[in-house]
Design a protein around this ligand. Structure first.
Ligand SMILES: Nc1ncnc2c1ncn2[C@@H]1O[C@H](COP(=O)(O)OP(=O)(O)OP(=O)(O)O)[C@@H](O)[C@H]1O
Ligand SMILES: [Mg+2]
Length: 497
C-alpha cells in the first residue's frame, strides 16, 4: 500500500494546504524525509530533479512552526534570488492555512525595505547567503529562536563560492537545532559541513537506478557545429514544443542564439548572469505565461527552476559534465509529467555522450537530425490539422461562394494545394550570426582543462518559479508522442514506480 500524507500524521491545516496544492500522495523523498523532519532528526537528502525536495523539507518545517511565537524559527538558505523566491512561494502555499509567515531575503532588493519586513516578525526566512550575512552583521535579524535550518542545493552554493558564508550562518544560529541539507552531489566541502554542523545526520538517498527520471525520453543528435542551428529550428518546427528551454554553453552563445531564433520568427529570449535582475525576472515571467516559447539559458541560470509545462529541453551545446546534464534535462519531466531532451553533439564530442550515459546509467537514443523536407512535411501536416479543425468547428457559409468560383476555374487538387502552401510556414532562411564554439573534450581525456562556463558560476545568478501557461492547440505528428500526458490538475508522481 502506498503511503498517504494522512499516514504521516500531518495537522489538518497542512492537509488542507497540501490538497489545495493538488498533491495526491507524497513523493518518495517526501515519504522518507517528512517523518524524520517531524522527529527533529538532521537529514541529508539526495533525490532526482523535480521530485519535490522543497515540500520534503517544507512540510515538516512548517508543521514545527509555532505561529503564536512572533520570532524567526526557521531559516532556509538557497543559492540564488529566484530560487529563494521560488522556495518561499512553495512554503507560503504549504503554510497558507496555518497562517505561517515567510519572507524571502535576497541581494538586489532594497535593504531598508527588507529591514521593515523583518520587523513584521516572519516565522520563516528564505535567503541567499550573502544577504543573510549582511543582515547578521547589521544585527537586523534575530536568529536566537531558530530551531530549523535548511540548506537547499548545497553543492550549488559551494560552486558559487558561498561555503564560508554558510559556515558563518550556521555558527550564528543556536546549536540546539535541526539541520536539513539537500544536495545533488556530496563533494568533500559539503561532507565537512555535515560533519561539523550536523548531529548524526540521517542520509536519505532516494534509490534510483538512474540519476534522471524515467519519464524524460532522451535523445542525442550527431551534427556539425555549423549545422546545429538549422537542426534546432527544424526540430522546433517538427516537435512544436509548448515550452522549450535551449541550453547554450556561454553567455555570448545565449545572446546570439536568442537573437537568431527571434530573427527566424520564434518568440525566444535568453537568460544568463550578466542580465539585470529585472530583465531576468521579466523574461522568466513571460516564459511561464507562454508569451515566450523558447527560453535560451546557461546552466546556472536555469538550475532548480520549476516551470510547469516545459515539454522539451535542447542541449544546443553538449553539457560540461554529467551533473549539469542531469540538471538541465531535469527542467522538464517534473512532478511525474513527461518530457523530451535532445542533446546535440559534434562528432568529436561523442565521448561526452558515452560518459554521460555511463554516469546516469541510462542510454540516450540516437535521433537522426531532421531534413528540410521532414520539417516542411510536418509543417504541412500542421496546416492540414488546422484545416480539419476549421471544417469541424466553424461556419464556412460565408466563404463557400468564393470556393465554388475557384473550383469552377481550377482543378480541386490545385486549389487545396495552393491553400495549404499559403498557410504553411515556409522554411525561413534569414541570415543569422552564431560564433562557433570549439568542441568540448571529454574530461577523462583532457584533465585540467578549465571549464568554459565556469565564469557563469558566480554570485547572483538566478532562478524563477512555476506559472500557468496559456492553452496551446498546436500539435504535430513527429517526435512528441508523449506530449501533454499527465498534465492533469491532480499532481501525481509516476516516476517512482
Ligand atoms: N507530492 C507531490 N505531488 C505532486 N506534485 C508535487 C509533490 N511534491 C512537489 N510537487 C511539485 O513538483 C514540482 C517540483 O518540485 P521541487 O521544485 O520541490 O523539486 P526538486 O526536487 O527541488 O527539484 P530540483 O532538483 O530541480 O531543485 C513542484 O511544482 C512541486 O509543487
Ligand atoms: Mg529544488
Amino acid at each position: 500500500m502506498t503511503l498517504t500524507f494522512q499516514d504521516l500524521g500531518l495537522s489538518s491545516s497542512l492537509m488542507q494546504s497540501i490538497s489545495k496544492m493538488g498533491f495526491e500522495e507524497p513523493s518518495p523523498i517526501q515519504a522518507q524525509t517528512i517523518p524524520l523532519g517531524l522527529q527533529n532528526k538532521d537529514v541529508i537528502g539526495q533525490a532526482q530533479t523535480g521530485t519535490g525536495k522543497t515540500a520534503a523539507f517544507g512540510i515538516p518545517l512548517i508543521e514545527k512552526i509555532d505561529v503564536k511565537q512572533e520570532q524567526i524559527q526557521a531559516v532556509v538558505v538557497a543559492p540564488t534570488r529566484e530560487l529563494a523566491i521560488q522556495v518561499s512561494e512553495e512554503l507560503y502555499k504549504i503554510g497558507y492555512h496555518k497562517r505561517s509567515r515567510v519572507l524571502p531575503i535576497y541581494g538586489g532588493q532594497d535593504i531598508n525595505r527588507q529591514i521593515r519586513s523583518l520587523k513584521k516578525n516572519p516565522h520563516i526566512i528564505v535567503g541567499t547567503p550573502g544577504r543573510l550575512i549582511d543582515h547578521i552583521n547589521r544585527k537586523t535579524i534575530r536568529l536566537n529562536a531558530v530551531h530549523t535550518v535548511v540548506l537547499d542545493e548545497a553543492d550549488e552554493m559551494l560552486n558559487m563560492g558561498f561555503i564560508e558564508d554558510i559556515e558563518s550562518i550556521l555558527s550564528n544560529v543556536p546549536s540546539e537545532r535541526q539541520t536539513l541539507l539537500f544536495s545533488a552531489t556530496m563533494p568533500d566541502p559539503i561532507r565537512r559541513i555535515a560533519e561539523r554542523f550536523m548531529k548524526d545526520p540521517e542520509l536519505v538517498k532516494v534509490k534510483a537506478k538512474e540519476m534522471t527520471v524515467p519519464n524524460i525520453t532522451q535523445y542525442y543528435l550527431e551534427t556539425h557545429e555549423r549545422k546545429k542551428f538549422d537542426v534546432l529550428t527544424r526540430l522546433l518546427d517538427i516537435q512544436s514544443p509548448e515550452l522549450a528551454i535551449v541550453f547554450g554553453r556561454t553567455k555570448r552563445r545565449v545572446d546570439e542564439l536568442s537573437e537568431a531564433l527571434t530573427l527566424r520568427g520564434y518568440t525566444a529570449e535568453g537568460i544568463h548572469g550578466d542580465l539585470t535582475q529585472a530583465k531576468r525576472m521579466s523574461t522568466l515571467r513571460k516564459f511561464k505565461e507562454g508569451a515566450i516559447e523558447v527560453l535560451v539559458a546557461t546552466d546556472v541560470a536555469a538550475r532548480g527552476l520549476d516551470i510547469s509545462g516545459v515539454t522539451h529541453v535542447y542541449n544546443f551545446d553538449v553539457p560540461q559534465d554529467p551533473e549539469s546534464y542531469v540538471h538541465r534535462i531535469g527542467r522538464t519531466g517534473r512532478a511525474g509529467k513527461t518530457g523530451m531532451a535532445m542533446t546535440f553533439v559534434t562528432p568529436r564530442e561523442l565521448d561526452i555522450v558515452k560518459n554521460i550515459e555511463r554516469t546516469t546509467k541510462r542510454k540516450m537514443d540516437r535521433m537522426k537530425p531532421p531534413t528540410v523536407d521532414e520539417a516542411i512535411e510536418s509543417q504541412q501536416q500542421m496546416t492540414v490539422e488546422k484545416i480539419r479543425s476549421i471544417i469541424d468547428s466553424e461556419n464556412l457559409a460565408f466563404f463557400k461562394r468564393t470556393a465554388e468560383e475557384l473550383l469552377e476555374e481550377f482543378d480541386a487538387q490545385d486549389v487545396v494545394a495552393a491553400a495549404i502552401k499559403f498557410m504553411t510556414k515556409e522554411p525561413n532562411s534569414v541570415e543569422v550570426k552564431l560564433t562557433e564554439e570549439a568542441p568540448l573534450y571529454s574530461k577523462s581525456k583532457n584533465k585540467g582543462r578549465s571549464s568554459s562556463s565556469s565564469n557563469n558560476r558566480r554570485r547572483g545568478d538566478y532562478r524563477g518559479r512555476d506559472g500557468q501557461k496559456k492553452p496551446n492547440n498546436r500539435s504535430s505528428s513527429y517526435g512528441d508522442r508523449d506530449r501533454g500526458k499527465g498534465n492533469n490538475s491532480k499532481r501525481r508522481y509516476s516516476n517512482s514506480k
